[in-house]
Design a protein around this ligand. Structure first.
Ligand code: GLY
Length: 280
C-alpha cells in the first residue's frame, strides 16, 4: 500500500517557518490517519476520506478556507477517479458545502458523473448535504482588502490499496478573484486522473494544467511503457514549454511514488507504511 497527498504550493516568497511547520504537521497527521483507513478500505474510498480531512483544514485552499471569487462567493471544485473501474466523478463550482469531494463521491450512484454550478449545489441539497459556509475570517478580510491569499493550495491524494488498485482525488477553492464561472483543473481529468497503472493529482495554475493535460498525460505515458519518473519528466517538459506553473504527485501500480513541481516548493507527503517523506 502507498499514499501520497499534497496541499498545493508554498511559494518561496511567502515562506514563514510557523506556517511551514503547521503544514508539515497537518500533512503528517492526515497521511498517517489516511494510511490507517487504507488498511481497511479501497483506494477509491480512502482518497475521499483523506481529501475530506484536507478540506477541513483551513491551512489549505479547499473546502473550509477556500479562496473567494470576484463576486464575493466561494465556488469549489473536486473530483475522484477510481483507477480500477476507470470512472471519473466531479463537481465544478459547487457552493455552500463542507466537503465538495463527498458530493463527487455521491455521483457514484448516478449515471451522470460530473455536475456543475448551481445544479451541483442543488443536487447536494437533495442528497441531504447540509448548507455550510466555507469562508473563514482571514479569507473575508483578504477579499475585502482586495488581496489574494498566498500560501494556500489545492489538495489531493493518490492511493494504492492492498488489492493493487489505484485512485486519486483532488479538491480546490480555485485561484481567488477569478471570473465567476471559471473552471478549475481539479474537477477535470487534466488535474486528477487514475487508471489501473497509475494515479496522479495536480496543483498549481489550472489554466496551465489543462493546457498540457498534465495528470492524464502522465498516466497515459505510464500506460505506454514509460517509467513513472520519465512520464513525469515528459509531462513537466511540456509544462515548461508553456512556462506553466504546477506540481503533481503520482503512484504507479508497482508502488513507485514520484512528485515534481515547476517551481519550489510543492507541499506534499508520501508514505509507504514505513518511511514518511515530507516536503522541506
Ligand atoms: N489548481 C487549482 C485551480 O487552478 O483552480
Amino acid at each position: 500500500m502507498r499514499m501520497m497527498i499534497h496541499g498545493g504550493f508554498f511559494t518561496e516568497s511567502h515562506t514563514d517557518p510557523e506556517t511551514k511547520l503547521a503544514k508539515q504537521e497537518a500533512l503528517k497527521r492526515i497521511i498517517l490517519q489516511g494510511y490507517e483507513w487504507l488498511q481497511q478500505h479501497s483506494a477509491a474510498e480512502t482518497v475521499v476520506k483523506v481529501v475530506e480531512l484536507l478540506e477541513d483544514d483551513a491551512l489549505f485552499n479547499a473546502g473550509t478556507g477556500s479562496q473567494i471569487q470576484r463576486d464575493g462567493k466561494v465556488r469549489m471544485s473536486a473530483s475522484i477517479m477510481d483507477g480500477h473501474t476507470r470512472k471519473f466523478y466531479g463537481v465544478l463550482n459547487i457552493e455552500g458545502v463542507r466537503h465538495p469531494v463527498r458530493v463527487a463521491a455521491l455521483l457514484k450512484q448516478e449515471e451522470d458523473r460530473v455536475l456543475g454550478g448551481e445544479m451541483a449545489t442543488e443536487y447536494a441539497r437533495k442528497q441531504g448535504i447540509e448548507a455550510y459556509d466555507p469562508r473563514i475570517p482571514q479569507r473575508i478580510q483578504e477579499f475585502e482588502a482586495k488581496q489574494k491569499s498566498h500560501g494556500t493550495g489545492t489538495v489531493g491524494c493518490v492511493a494504492l490499496d492492498a488489492q493493487g488498485y489505484l485512485a486519486s482525488a483532488t479538491s480546490t477553492g480555485g485561484k481567488g478573484f477569478e471570473i465567476p464561472g471559471r473552471i478549475s483543473d481539479s474537477g477535470t481529468t487534466a488535474g486528477n486522473f487514475a487508471s489501473p497503472v497509475c494515479g496522479v493529482s495536480c496543483t498549481g495554475v489550472g489554466e496551465d494544467i489543462v493546457s498540457v493535460a498534465l495528470a492524464s498525460g502522465i498516466v497515459t505515458r505510464v500506460k505506454d511503457g514509460h517509467s513513472l519518473k520519465e512520464a513525469f519528466r515528459r509531462g513537466f517538459e511540456e509544462l515548461k514549454e508553456i512556462d506553466g506553473f504546477a506540481g503533481a504527485i503520482g503512484i504507479d501500480h508497482q508502488g513507485n511514488m514520484w512528485h515534481q513541481d515547476s517551481h519550489p516548493s510543492m507541499v506534499f507527503a508520501a508514505y509507504d507504511g514505513e518511511t514518511l517523506t515530507l516536503f522541506q
